[in-house]
Design a protein around this ligand. Structure first.
Ligand SMILES: NC(=O)c1ccc[n+]([C@@H]2O[C@H](COP(=O)([O-])OP(=O)(O)OC[C@H]3O[C@@H](n4cnc5c(N)ncnc54)[C@H](O)[C@@H]3O)[C@@H](O)[C@H]2O)c1
Length: 370
């Protein structure tokens, strides 16, 4: 097996997966520092060193397609910024479980092969693909499906990046399974590169650094992709609400009463996400400081830029022999890490990890193991 590639399997080929695949292809086509890629190298690897070795979905319009076609198929809202060449990876049917519960069930037809896909067949397919890292991009709320992919990844000895808010890094039994199988685990609930949670927590830290007391705040988000369609169902969005509140609590405020969530599916926005953020603070002698921000981003590339960090981080952690939850990076990359931190501390720890990953890679290269 070549040491120069990172073998990646995708669980869920939706909008985030589409933007991630496009990012990898663009980095291969145009090597060099690239806008939006925070680190050109992590652990000696460029983003373009990612090689897709397997992909799983349940959508009848994606299963059986080459990954290069599946990333633009069905309800995927991700914008086509890059033409993806044939990748030679056929999207396989995963076990459906609770993947399409709620509003998604009306929007997506399950492929007939999902009826015979089981956790066992998934585990066998993953073991055969020998991924270094499995990236979980399933719909929010599909706890059973997410945890099934996590178990299969652990048993295959692969690292796991849980982009969803479903508990994996926060599930002690699954953490123990990754530790037992010697594999790294990153999660839960991917942050966006420059998204609502990061902006919100960074601004709270700014208020606090000046001694301005945060009295009230909210973060309202609307969007038009299938993630927002899925999250329009309260039963499916519960874990996302919890995760967002946890990120705000880690920023040092009492977030129990803060409205911070997905707040509506607006179809015409497509992959655009709009966040309305308000923070009300109190300065000296009770003087008010009120701030309102409107943030508009393309949602899926905003996730892909964090996956660009997370996948190479998981791979480097594995090369360094780190197993179980990789605490030093999760607070920066995820909204709901096992151990939280303020924005600036999380960034500091992540950058320290990236430096260490580079040093480890350099030492391996000297020993001829890189
Ligand atoms: N900026 C972002 O977009 C962002 C940020 C953080 C976290 N996330 C999370 O990442 C996840 C993916 O987001 P997305 O926008 O790509 O969603 P999406 O709806 O576009 O894609 C989900 C894909 O999973 C597939 N799927 C459903 N059940 C499955 C199963 N059992 N097995 C295999 N595939 C299955 C669907 O068919 C679909 O293709 C969500 O949980 C979302 O909350 C997204």
């Amino acid at each position: 097996m070549s040491n120069n590639v990172i073998r990646v399997a995708l669980a869920g080929v939706g909008s985030c997966a589409s933007s991630f695949v496009q990012s990898v292809v663009l980095d291969r086509e145009r090597p060099g520092p690239s806008n939006g890629v925070m680190h050109e190298y992590i652990g000696g690897h460029r983003l373009g060193d990612v090689e897709f070795v397997a992909a799983f979905d349940v959508d009848a319009l994606k299963v059986g397609q080459d990954l290069s076609e599946a990333v633009y198929a069905g309800r995927t809202a991700a914008v086509r910024h890059v033409d993806v060449p044939h990748l030679g990876v056929t999207v396989q049917a995963g076990p459906l479980l609770d993947g399409l519960d709620g509003a998604l069930g009306d929007a997506v037809d399950a492929h007939p092969a999902t009826a015979v896909a089981t956790p066992e067949s998934l585990a066998a397919a993953l073991a055969a693909a020998r991924p270094d890292v499995v990236v979980c991009l399933l719909p929010t709320g599909s706890t059973a499906a997410v945890q099934t992919y996590a178990r299969a990844a652990a048993e295959a000895g692969a690292g796991f990046v849980n982009a969803t808010p479903e508990p994996v890094a926060n599930d002690p039994a699954l953490v123990a399974l990754f530790t037992e199988h010697g594999a790294p685990l990153l999660g839960d609930d991917l942050r966006s590169h420059l998204g609502a949670t990061t902006l919100h927590t960074a601004l709270i830290e700014l208020f606090q650094s000046r001694g301005v007391e945060v009295k009230d705040n909210y973060q309202l988000n609307v969007g038009g992709n299938t993630d927002f369609l899925n999250l329009s169902d309260p039963a499916r969005s519960r874990s996302k609400q919890v995760s967002k509140r946890k990120a705000l609590a880690n920023a040092g405020i009492d977030s129990r009463e803060v409205a911070a969530g997905p707040n509506g599916f607006v179809k015409h926005l497509g992959d655009r996400k709009v966040c309305f953020l308000r923070i009300e603070g109190e300065s000296i002698i009770g003087a008010p400081v009120h701030m309102e921000v409107r943030l508009e981003v393309e949602d899926s590339p905003n996730a892909a830029a964090v996956l660009a960090n997370a996948v190479r981080t998981a791979h480097s952690a594995s090369r360094q022999g780190m197993v179980g939850v990789i605490d030093p990076v999760c607070a920066f990359l995820f909204k709901s890490p096992k151990t939280g931190a303020k924005e600036s501390e999380a960034l500091h720890d992540f950058q320290a990890f990236v430096r260490k990953a580079g040093e480890h890679h350099a030492l391996q290269a000297v020993d001829g193991n890189a």
